[in-house]
Design a protein around this ligand. Structure first.
Ligand code: SAM
Length: 220
């Protein structure tokens, strides 16, 4: 899979691309992530990519031309172009699964006050990572890329994400590791029993209980 990210702040991605599971996925060539500073596409003689809003108001607005040219340069027949914006479709785990099947995505990071409304006409999809406003689309694009990359074949053991929260409309079950007892808090006996059927039943019922308590909306 290939992910192209259009940003004005490429340095923000250094840690994300060079650590842990994402780095390993890149090294194993399971995913090819490319960061593009879309300032290089501007035709403005002073290298501008933003300007004041028509009609007045605060902040700077990203101009349509640099992003239009960047998308046209990178887009292929199989590309999905995605704009990060707080008023987009809320990002969900099932979207991560769908997007992990795509061959190529372009993620567009807004910044400042936002972007020229006409940029919406250049994209296939608009995504929000939650009901809050960040300074830019860089963190949202990392969130979405991370959620997708960990689902790609060969990145992590498939069985470890099949039981993750939000699969089958359930939250994950509780897990424990050594020691058996810590400051009076004990590991449930069933997990030490060696009875795999019982352990499976316990995990299913704990996942259901936790979902009912914390996220009953998932069961609707
Ligand atoms: C300061 S925000 C602009 C907010 C815009 N004025 C609004 O109220 O919708 C700058 C950029 O950060 C990104 N962004 C901020 N919060 C986001 C969120 N919750 N989900 C996705 N992108 C977000 C978007 O790319 C946005 O254009």
């Amino acid at each position: 899979m290939r992910i192209d990210i259009l940003t004005l702040f490429p340095g923000m991605f250094d840690g994300f691309l060079n650590e842990s599971i994402i780095k390993r996925a890149i090294d194993k060539k399971i995913v090819d992530v490319r960061i593009h500073d879309f300032r290089k596409y501007t035709l403005d003689p002073h290298n501008k990519v933003d300007d004041t809003p028509y009609g007045g108001g605060s902040g700077m607005v990203l101009m349509v031309q640099p992003l239009d040219d960047a998308i046209n340069d990178l887009k292929k027949d199989n590309t999905k172009v995605i704009l990060l914006t707080p008023d987009g479709v809320p990002f969900k785990q099932e979207m991560a699964y769908d997007m992990a099947k795509l061959e190529h995505i372009i993620l567009i990071c807004g910044h400042y006050e936002g972007f020229d409304e006409r940029i919406r006409n250049l994209v296939d999809m608009e995504i929000s990572i939650g009901d809050f406003v960040l300074t830019g689309g860089e963190l949202p694009s990392m969130v979405i890329s991370d959620a997708i990359i960990r689902l790609l074949d060969g990145v992590i053991d498939r069985s470890s994400h099949l039981n993750d929260s939000f699969n089958n409309h359930l939250l994950d079950y509780p897990t424990y590791t050594k020691p058996r007892e810590y400051k009076g808090m004990k590991v449930p006996d069933v997990l030490l029993s060696g009875d795999h059927k019982k352990i499976e039943e316990y995990r299913k019922s704990e996942a259901l209980k936790r979902t009912k308590e914390r996220r009953p909306d998932l069961l609707d």
